[in-house]
Ligand binder design. Sequence first.
Ligand code: PMP
Length: 431
Amino acid sequence: MSALPPLDPPPLDPPFDGPSVPANGHGKVDWASVRADFPLLLREVHGKPLIYFDNANTGQKPACVIEAVDGYYRRHNANVSRAVHQLGTEATEAYEGTRRKLARFLNVRADELVLCSGTTFAINLVAYSWALPRLGPGDTILVSRMEHHANIVPWQIVAERTGATVRVAEIVEDGTLDLEALRRAMTADVKLLAVTHVSNVLGTVNPVREICREARRHGIVTVVDGSQAVPHRRVDIAAIGCDFYAFTGHKMCGPTGTGALWARREHLEAMPPFLGGGEMIKEVAFGGTVYNDPPQRFEAGTPNIAGFAGLGAAVDYLERLGMDHIEQREAALLAHLTQALGTIDGLRILGAAPDKAAVVSFLVEGAHAHDLATLLDLEGVAVRSGQHCAHPLLQFYGVAATCRASPAFYNTHDEIDAFVAALRKVRRLLG
Ligand code: PMP
């Protein structure tokens, strides 16, 4: 007999009631109990305890997020904004509740947040709806050297179609942006600047507030890729002062296929739709269609409602834990990891920015990154190897591939020691 769903669904949008961080009795966060919130971290891989160091790729999910998705399908599933019945109201509330939570979490207005599948969609929305109709021959799009392909290729497509040019904002050897060169590159032909908040390869934290202020002085519209920032530190989009800010839910404890674009209201008002269909219209007739107001204008079709129910739970979870606690914890893990890797002969770390998130790309003399990652996997360690969707950045360093270890707050110092021991072992195996 199948289990019936509980009759009393929990409220969908419980009020956030301030930090209730599990403490260890000394006023510190009890990170062991935080780790226990993540069921997947209990599993083994190839008979070894899993050490998951691929968080820059995607993060693991706490039980509350998994339960929010499960609970949504068990108790509330319906479509949004279309039905007047109770379930339709609950589904709409799950979805819109997350928009409000994200707005509070990032200090922006909810009606300036377009919910979508993630950063890739968000940046393409800016490219197709803002840039394509506005740019033309003679215009320049400045793109930093350290961008993920999601913040490069859409601009190349815009350039191809409009005759605009893509110009590179270069970095220096330690993996920071050449800010002086960037300032000089902000010439009158530059209409848009695409820059990441935090590099997914080097961990570099860019001074986006200063960069956006300078760009604004030159009348340049700014697109900030926040994929690697929002999960790891307190982000105040209003304080950054950009025009567009994109981020992804699956790296911030939320489900895959969720994310958002924040944009200044005046941009959203002026942008034509990207995709056409249901939800994004007010009225449709063969004689002409009236589009909906933003943000719904950009949310055609049935969204990932269950995913956004989960993302709402993820925001609650991160807020309860406190982004400042997360940042401190990851800084300690990064310091430990950097020091421990420094004891391995022939190991080179790419990127040494003074402000750096817990992302460490490294090369080991005489060993290919893929071989290292494959052998590490047999030791239960998950790291990424390759070009990390950042070919131009690896070209700058003249390397074909790196290994990347990216711990998160739920990882432990013991795991770092075990990882470095495993790395020594596989390196010996590779001769
Ligand atoms: N930008 C950066 C900096 C990233 O790290 C990623 C994910 N690796 C993306 C963009 C793309 O995000 P998504 O695949 O969720 O759209």
